[in-house]
Write a protein that binds this ligand. Sequence first.
Ligand code: ADP
Ligand code: MG
Length: 311
Amino acid sequence: MIEATGLTKRYGSKVAVHDLTFNVKPGRVTGFLGPNGAGKSTTMRMILGLDRPTSGEVRIDGKRYHELKHPLRTVGALLDAKWVHPNRSARTHLLWMAKSNGIPAKRVDEVLGLVGLEEVARRRAGGFSLGMSQRLGIAAALLGDPQILLFDEPVNGLDPEGIHWIRRFMQGLAEKGRTVFVSSHLLSEMALTAQELVVIGRGELIAQCSTQQFVDNAGSQAVLVRSPGAAQLQQALGSRGMKVRSTVGDALVIDDVTTEQVGELAAQHGIVLHELTAQRGSLEDAFIQLTGNAVEYQTGAVALADSGVAR
Ligand code: ADP
Ligand code: MG
């Protein structure tokens, strides 16, 4: 369990993190979501005792980082995968880490196996692809077999296969009861990875809620539908007062409706659908607006405050 209370970090006059209060519980993946510059990395560094809060505090299982008896066995982190010495092999790098932290050498081979790096363990890490470096970083985080794991933007720059692997790996850790806290600037990525979200914008907390709740609240209600009976469907929608924003061939985009409403209406009229999707793009836009502008968060509803700027 990670608990931040009133966590604040200033760099000179710049407020990177402002009065953040949130918690991260075991047994699920918690996404730490916010646009670039929102203060995610700064917060993670404070959790790990690498940066000192200007005010407020963060506790790990009730303790501050420097009070932990065995830090590496309590919390593991992947912050920057490229910090490994380029001429060291993956195995040497991990052995060195293990040795300096009183962790038995056999654990090194265990973690290399867990992340699927056995085959390349003796190659120099400087020649690793980004995906392999990320796996090595994850192996390092797992060395002390910690209950709590932090990953800072672990899928940045990875190919789809690498992204999928990391996502599944983090979910597997959570299923085994670990506390997993992972940052990203992409709502679409977090929607596939995390069950719970801590959302920040400009250093401030915007929401802590389930991913489902956040997506439901943040997303505009636009729905894309493709149907060989598009014309008939458009008529049916119109007769219910639903607004069709655009039509391209057999595709319709309808504002302010849910996929349930459109699907059920189509069924009532016996209209075949080839696609029925809530619009992702608009969700990401809503998120950027939400985290980039002045915001106001109310329980159960996310409302854009009037920032005084004409839109
Ligand atoms: P994120 O990880 O969400 O992209 P960061 O935590 O890296 O955000 O940065 C938050 C803000 O704090 C940014 O405006 C960044 O420029 C600033 N910042 C981060 N680290 C420092 C530092 N060491 N000195 C000055 N400003 C910093
Ligand atoms: Mg960052």
